[in-house]
Design a binder for this molecule. Structure first.
Ligand code: MOS
Length: 704
């Protein structure tokens, strides 16, 4: 059999054209199987038992009663669980969350901490026994009260991004400013609720540990599991073919560790699934934030001083920084910049990354403060931002790898009809509704991380791409199909992309808005090399011809620049001052986010991010009960997310913005869509009512 990789014209290129998901049919017909649905012979089921106290020690567990219950195979506790090693730095450059050190000691650092795993033949038996297990605690007083006034310590983000960055003389510039905004903003605890809860099945097979999981990177999870259990990395295989959402929570967490422990003890496959309620203490969450922003400006709105101080909570066992103050470091020129991230340690679960960690709450504060400054200066909010556009990184001094924020505002303003806006607040009425419009800027760092890929020219004329990508709903599999088809110059139906298996080799996780970009780079490199070496009409042996790539050197050589995706967010709201109801009527986001690979799925992602911002502005709020230390109504009935009826006409589009240093021109779209969306809505609520809302969510009782 012979093959050819040429024969299409430039007009046939598919990158940049709309393409439905290659696995779309499998997903809508149910043929696509998710982690908890994949059958295993002899499967046992583990059910986690979580602490009912917020601080203390486990004194005793009445396991004997439970072991006598039908179907129960074992109960793992700190008395009998295998030991794990947590003294390492994982693939993402940070130590593992202490929540993965399951059953290693008797201490309880927060309510909802796993204290036992009951394993039984069926999930029902495991659950029944888990709910029967009596655990005796030595309870200690706990403290879960987060507030702006808490004593705090500065801490570097993920252990490396500086906690404090200073440029210029803040006090002097503030004193010299004709106009000063000094305001405090808060955002609440927000929880991960991907449609598919976390689930893992572990088994030993032929001397290898195999884990079928739902995660954002199997290389990451496999590597951390190998380290936790002191295994040769080559003996651990993690697969994660379809993922029903991730957003930062689907890394190494208690469920995989519990499943591996039980499979090791029982010598049979064990599945552990988190319930929706358990996710509120096991999946990680976004910390509440208290942020103070001080802006000093000349009368025309030109910034002299930008100060942003952010506080978030973490657990007593791990430092997690929500880097909200870092967002201002790249956004606006000012003579003096001062940004600080601080932590307060409480008896709560450790927070984690959640879509646009830092930028999502940080942009609410900063972009609201900019709107307040525009009001005080009597300058249009868009003009104010344009006046403070930096030529280079405001703190770093580095050049930008493309900064098309101005183009986003110009295009957005035109399409939204911004020019017709009456700047006065509280003057537009429609029956019982007060109407207002608002805007905000968005940005998110654009990174590329090392990845490996292989491309095989098969004897039947097709091509198989192997890359350990994760498709968490982004459409990554489809995007990589388009990129490979163009790099190989073949139609998409001759390309098969295999992802989600740690045996495929190291690759970036689906995170940091850098998945598709990092993977595309590796796929391009392998495909181009294959094409160069493959003469048209060449004979392909039965095993095919395979070329591998590793982009470690290429991405390492990426020029040091301020590299971000940007966007301009617009919202129109209607507020009923009698009931306090806020309805978002329309949203428009225009983004400069690098080359868009697949407009269909890209639009989905950006619109999804904007809806998340709407949800953040008006609905999402987990309230910690002081007495129990847990979250009130920890489920999707008690934790409100924007539902269909809350979501109006949402439109996302983009301007041309290819990254000049990327082989495809990609920057990343995963997170920028949510940045600034909440601020645009809050600014619109001010425009409608004349009242500033600095605490999210903007609930009806806060309007009244
Ligand atoms: Mo995202 S918070 O990088 O999964």
């Amino acid at each position: 059999m012979t093959t050819a990789t040429t024969g299409r014209s430039a007009a046939d290129r598919v990158t940049g054209t709309a393409h439905t998901r290659v696995e779309g049919r499998d997903k809508v017909t149910g043929a696509a199987r998710y982690a908890a649905e994949i059958p295993f012979a002899e499967l046992a089921h583990g059910w986690l038992v979580l602490s009912t106290v917020a601080r203390g020690r486990v004194r005793a567990l009445d396991t004997d009663t439970v072991l006598a219950m039908p179907g129960v195979l074992t109960v793992l506790t700190h008395h009998n669980a295998p030991r794990v090693d947590t003294d390492f730095v994982g693939m993402l450059g940070v130590p593992p969350d202490p929540g993965t050190a399951l059953f290693q000691h008797d201490r309880v650092p927060h309510r909802g901490w796993p204290v036992a795993l009951v394993v039984a033949d069926t999930p029902e038996q495991a659950r029944e026994a888990a709910e029967t297990l009596v655990v005796h605690y030595d309870e200690e007083p706990h403290d879960v009260a987060f507030s702006a006034g808490r004593e705090a310590e500065a801490y570097p983000v993920d252990g490396h991004m500086p906690a404090v960055m200073e440029k210029g003389d803040l006090d002097r510039e503030l004193a010299a400013s004709a106009v000063v905004v000094d305001a405090e903003y808060t955002t609440p605890e927000e929880h991960h609720n991907p449609m598919e809860p976390h689930a893992a099945t572990a088994r030993w097979e032929g001397g290898r540990l195999e884990v079928v999981d739902s995660n954002q990177g199997t290389h990451w999870v496999a590597g951390d599991l190998a380290k936790l259990f002191s295994l040769d990395p080559g003996t651990v295989r993690v697969r994660s073919e379809h993922v029903g959402g991730g957003f930062g929570s689907k890394g190494v967490r208690a469920h995989q560790v519990a499943a591996v422990m039980a499979a090791t003890v029982l010598h049979r496959p064990v599945r552990v699934v988190m319930t929706r309620r358990q996710m509120f203490s096991l999946a990680g969450y976004r910390s509440p934030t208290a942020q103070r922003v001080r802006l000093g400006a000349d009368p025309d709105g030109r910034l002299r001083a930008l100060e942003h101080r952010s506080l978030n909570q973490t657990s007593t066992v791990h430092e997690f920084v929500e880097p909200s103050a870092a967002t201002g470091r790249s956004m606006y020129a000012a003579d003096a910049h001062h940004t600080v991230s601080r932590l307060v340690r409480l008896d709560v679960p450790t927070p984690t990354w959640m879509r646009a960690p830092g930028e999502a709450p940080g942009s609410f504060a900063l972009e609201s403060a900019l709107d307040e400054l525009a009001e005080k200066c009597g300058v249009d909010p868009i003009d104010l931002r344009l006046r403070n556009e930096p030529a280079v990184g405001p703190v770093s001094g580095l050049p930008f790898a493309g900064r098309n924020l101005v183009a986003c505002f110009r295009e957005g303003a035109r399409r939204f009809g911004w020019a017709e806006r009456d700047p006065r607040p509280g003057v537009r009425r429609e029956g019982r509704w007060l109407l207002g419009t608002g805007t905000a800027a968005a940005s998110f760092p654009a990174m590329a991380m090392p990845s490996t890929a292989s491309v095989t020219a098969e004897a039947d004329g097709t091509f198989t791409i192997r890359i350990n990508a994760a498709d968490i709903g982004t459409g990554a599999r489809t995007a990589l199909t388009l990129i490979a088809a163009d790099a190989l110059d073949v139609p998409t139906d001759r390309v098969l992309v295999r992802i989600g298996d740690s045996d495929l080799g190291p690759a970036m996780v689906a995170g940091g808005s850098a998945g598709t970009r990092s993977w595309a780079w590796a796929v391009m490199a392998a495909a181009e090399e294959l094409r160069r070496g493959l003469a048209p009409g060449a004979d392909i042996p039965p095993q095919g011809i395979t070329v591998r790539s590793d982009t470690t050197e290429a991405v390492g050589a990426l020029a040091q620049k301020e590299r971000h995706s940007f966007g301009a967010q617009f919202a129109e709201v209607a507020v009923d001052p009698a009931t306090g109801e806020v309805r978002v009527r329309r949203m428009l986001g225009v983004f400069a986010a690098g080359r868009i690979v697949n407009p269909l799925t890209a639009r989905n992602q950006l619109v999804g991010g904007m809806i998340w911002g709407l949800s953040m502005a008006l609905h999402e709020e987990a309230v910690r009960e002081p007495a129990s230390g847990g979250v009130y109504g920890a489920d999707l009935a008690g934790y409100h997310v924007a539902a269909h009826a809350d979501v109006p006409h949402v439109e996302a589009d983009w301007v041309d913005d290819p990254d000049p240093d990327d082989p495809v021109g990609i920057k990343g779209i995963g997170e920028v869509g949510t940045v600034g969306a909440a601020a645009a809505i809050a600014n619109a609520v001010w425009h409608a009512t004349g009242v500033r809302h600095r605490d999210l969510p903007i609930r009806p009782d806060r309007i009244l």
